[in-house]
Design a protein around this ligand. Structure first.
Ligand SMILES: NC(=O)c1ccc[n+]([C@@H]2O[C@H](COP(=O)([O-])OP(=O)(O)OC[C@H]3O[C@@H](n4cnc5c(N)ncnc54)[C@H](OP(=O)(O)O)[C@@H]3O)[C@@H](O)[C@H]2O)c1
Length: 284
């Protein structure tokens, strides 16, 4: 028994040491950043944090009016530069066009934050494979296209790609099968890219953020009537994403305890317990 206690204590100490806050705001002061999906939600909150750190920011999404408002607020908050470019990530031509605009506007790039997400319903999968194909373009293929354009630029600047993913990309989650598929694809692709960059001894980094439920308007609207889980604040999620990217963490979790949720999911009987709880909540 004492042996087990000592083991868990050691794990806890090592975890706390690994996850200690090493963020230095100076490391992002004046940084040149492109944030996708920044007209609302977590992307919008990241824009405000980078602005407070004196960043130079280009934001993108489809809704121009919303982007303009975010740009104005960023300038008020202290951004050294802030601009927007509209783009629709369902159009295969847009990721590269958006990226080129940002690099031209900022004279290079230090952080590419890929965060946008297309709309997908919370429901049992209805057999619509066309939706899976189209959501793959928005949520995954466009991320890869942005990364392809960014690699030479970020290798030159020693910059970083920050990828916003989800617990749904670690645990195959019912009711959001197409979304889950895109997030698994993101984790697989960018995880492999991290390893390839390490093999090449590249000076650029890739950080993957695994988020739990966050209180953005779109997420809250989707889960209404389905789940009673605690949602965590978008502004805090945004700050954690920025910190993980700036400190070059390969993978980070917000809230932190989802690291353990994802570990537990690999224990076969835990999955059965979670599924039986879900079926009593959702299928009654
Ligand atoms: N909120 C959560 O509970 C939660 C949990 C885990 C992971 N995440 C991840 O966190 C990220 C942000 O989520 P969020 O809750 O902040 O989402 P959100 O509030 O719905 O924002 C999504 C953003 O993506 C943009 N977008 C949607 N479709 C687009 C398209 N076709 N082309 C270009 N931009 C598009 C939207 O702007 P326009 O409509 O103006 O285009 C918006 O700016 C996502 O990657 C999501 O998977 C969120």
């Amino acid at each position: 028994m004492k042996g087990y206690l000592g083991f868990f204590l050691l794990i806890a100490v090592l975890t706390a040491y690994t996850w200690r806050d090493r963020f230095d705001p100076e490391s992002v002061r004046g940084a040149r950043v492109l944030i996708t999906g920044a007209s609302s939600g977590i992307g919008e909150q990241m824009a405000y944090h980078y602005a407070k750190f004196g960043g130079q920011i280009v934001i993108t999404a489809r809704r121009e009016d919303a982007l303009k408002k975010v740009v104005q607020k960023c300038l008020k908050l202290g951004a050294k530069k802030a601009a927007h470019v509209t783009g629709d990530m369902s159009d295969p031509a847009d990721p590269e066009r958006v990226f080129r605009y940002a690099v031209e506007k900022l004279g290079g790039l230090d952080f590419l934050v890929v965060n946008h997400v297309g709309n997908t319903n919370v429901e049992l999968w209805n057999g619509d494979s066309d939706h899976v194909r189209s959501i793959m373009q928005v949520n995954f293929v466009s991320y890869v296209q942005l990364a392809a354009a960014a690699l030479p630029v970020l290798e030159a600047s020693g910059g970083s790609i920050i990828v916003v993913s989800s617990v749904a990309g670690k645990m195959a989650s019912p009711f959001v099968a197409p979304y889950t598929a895109t997030k698994f694809a993101i984790n697989g692709f960018f995880g492999a890219l991290q390893s390839e960059l390490a093999l090449k001894k590249s000076n650029m980094s890739v950080s993957i953020l695994i988020l739990g439920l966050i209180d953005t308007e779109s997420a809250m609207n989707k889960i209404r009537g389905y789940a009673t889980m605690t949602a965590y604040p978008a502004s805090e999620a945004a700050l954690n994403i920025i910190k993980a990217g700036a400190t070059r963490q390969r993978e980070a979790y917000y809230p932190w305890f989802h690291y353990f949720t994802c570990l537990l999911d690999n224990v076969p009987f835990m999955k059965d317990i979670m599924m039986s709880r879900l079926s009593s909540v959702y299928m009654d």
